[in-house]
Design a protein around this ligand. Structure first.
Ligand code: NAD
Length: 460
């Protein structure tokens, strides 16, 4: 059934093979899809209490196995212990939240024009095809699967090969609480992903812009609903009255935490005016985030995911230097086993430079200056992405002007660009997102379609 293998290795210890599986070819994906569809017939007829209890059971089991899941996430993607445990806790909360959503209203009652009843009912689409990246190997599969399942859909998950072990862990855990075959993992790379999109009745993707564009084109070509969450080139705007130490700590954490491998990481720091106190504090806070063993307590920066990812960071730094950028700190790989690179800040770069325009998925941020707030906003908005912006300062008038003018899907004032609330709608603008928002109650709309029923008395 399989043509090739996918392998996941530990980025801090590349000789450690975490998981391996045969890549599913289109026929194998079709067989999984057929089985999931069959299971869905039973699942969609299961009442709200039954669906709630299945997801709540999965939440309880994940809580019981919190330690095991945390160790696996650290091992497989090099996520530092504190964040890995936080992600598992987030996964538990997501399952609990969507378990209760089984009892949410599933439609509206409208005034009938001909007597009787006029109402809407939200029904599951059928089979949800979910394609996920490696960087949040518990949270992203769950924030897509849990709402899909609670609405009555089956799920086919195509995880990143780099997060295969965690996806198989989730499959094993969920299988104990759901009908056989309702939730299935399809290991593989692009061909398997395309086969999943070809089978699904609804598609949700998270990953890079290039792959997202091809997934949305394929899904819209088939006429199935699709949402895609993609990259970001997120800016932090630092106003002149921002507390230098406080803003620097927030921004350094948002740029470098988990080695900058979050779609919401800060990539550009736009300083309004010449604010050396802030830039000095930013360098200091960045240097305090020394990379280390992700298993160790207190470490915030581990390795990047692969050798190729590390090479991309170093190439981006070299290009920025050639274009006149000044490296404030970092810029080199670490001489140790694993794919470690020092958190890097490059200053005095032009807003049009590639380092400002294109996402480099690693611990790298560019610093530039703006004469005033208007210029800062112009620079912030001057990229093809539109995921999240943070604004730092005290003057409420300036802050409100900035909030109104930035064009990203999410805006944080005096907080890090990174970090999301799973119960609020999540998504970006421009090239960062396609289709409706995910997470929160918005996800329940996406994973269902509205049917309008008009019910009139037969006589009189
Ligand atoms: P990626 O785009 O390389 O891969 C994402 C998924 O798509 C993987 O499962 C991959 O195997 C699959 N895939 C590859 N080609 C495919 C094809 N032709 N058809 C269908 N599926 C295919 O992304 P990645 O390297 O795993 O993750 C990093 C990227 O994800 C970054 O760009 C980051 O910004 C983005 N990301 C975005 C969000 C968000 O919510 N906006 C969250 C996390 C990560």
């Amino acid at each position: 059934m399989s043509t090739s293998h996918v392998t996941s290795i530990s980025p801090q210890a590349p000789s450690d093979v975490v998981a391996e599986a045969g890549a599913l070819d289109p026929r194998a994906v079709a067989a999984l899809a057929a089985r999931a569809r069959e299971a869905q017939l039973q699942w969609r007829a299961t009442g709200a209490a039954g669906r709630c209890s299945s997801l709540a059971g999965a939440a309880r089991e994940l809580r019981d196995r919190r330690q095991q899941a945390t160790e696996l996430v650290i091992r497989e993607v090099g996520k530092p212990r504190g964040e890995a445990a936080g992600e598992v806790d987030r996964g538990i909360a997501i399952l609990e939240y969507y378990a209760q959503a089984a009892f949410a209203s599933r439609g509206d009652l409208l005034p009938p024009s001909i007597g009787g009843l006029l109402y809407t009912e939200r029904r599951p689409h059928g089979l949800a095809g979910l394609i996920t990246p490696w960087n949040f190997p518990i949270a992203i599969p769950l924030w897509k699967s849990a709402p899909a399942l609670v609405c009555g859909n089956a799920v086919l998950l195509k995880p990143s090969p780099d997060a295969l072990g965690t996806a198989l862990f989730l499959q094993e855990l969920l299988a104990r609480h759901l009908p056989d075959g309702l939730f299935a993992v399809a290991p593989g790379e692009a061909q398997t992903g395309e086969a999943v999109v070809a089978e699904a009745d609804i598609v949700s993707f998270t990953g890079s812009v290039g792959v997202g564009a091809s997934v949305t084109a394929q899904a819209t070509g088939r006429g199935v609903p699709v949402q895609a969450e993609m990259g970001g080139q997120n800016a932090a705007i630092v106003l002149p009255d921002a507390d230098p130490a406080r803003s620097a700590a927030i921004i350094a954490g948002a740029a470098m935490g988990y080695a900058g491998q979050k779609c919401t990481a800060t990539r550009r720091v736009i300083v309004v005016g010449e604010n050396d106190a802030f830039v000095d504090a930013l360098v200091q806070r960045t240097e305090a985030l020394a990379p280390g063993d992700p298993y160790a307590d207190g470490v915030a920066v581990g390795p990047v995911i692969s050798e190729a990812a590390r090479a991309r960071v170093l190439e981006a730094v070299a290009r920025a230097q050639q274009a006149g950028g000044r490296t404030l700190t970092g810029g080199a790989a670490l001489d140790r086993d694993g794919w470690f690179v020092a958190p890097t800040l490059v200053d005095r770069v032009d807003p049009s430079d590639p380092i400002m325009q294109e996402e480099t998925f690693g611990p790298l941020a560019a610093v530039c200056r703006a004469g005033d707030l208007d210029e800062a906003v112009q620079i912030a908005n001057g990229v093809r992405f539109g995921l999240v912006t943070s604004i730092h300062g005290r003057d409420l008038d300036q802050i409100l002007r900035a909030v109104a003018a930035v064009d990203t899907g999410m805006i944080k004032v005096n907080g890090p660009t990174a970090g999301v609330d799973f119960y609020a709608p999540f998504g970006g603008e421009k090239a960062s997102s396609f289709g409706p928002r995910e997470q929160g109650m918005a996800a329940l709309d996406f994973y269902t379609s509205t049917h309008t029923v008009s019910l009139a008395p037969h006589a009189g």
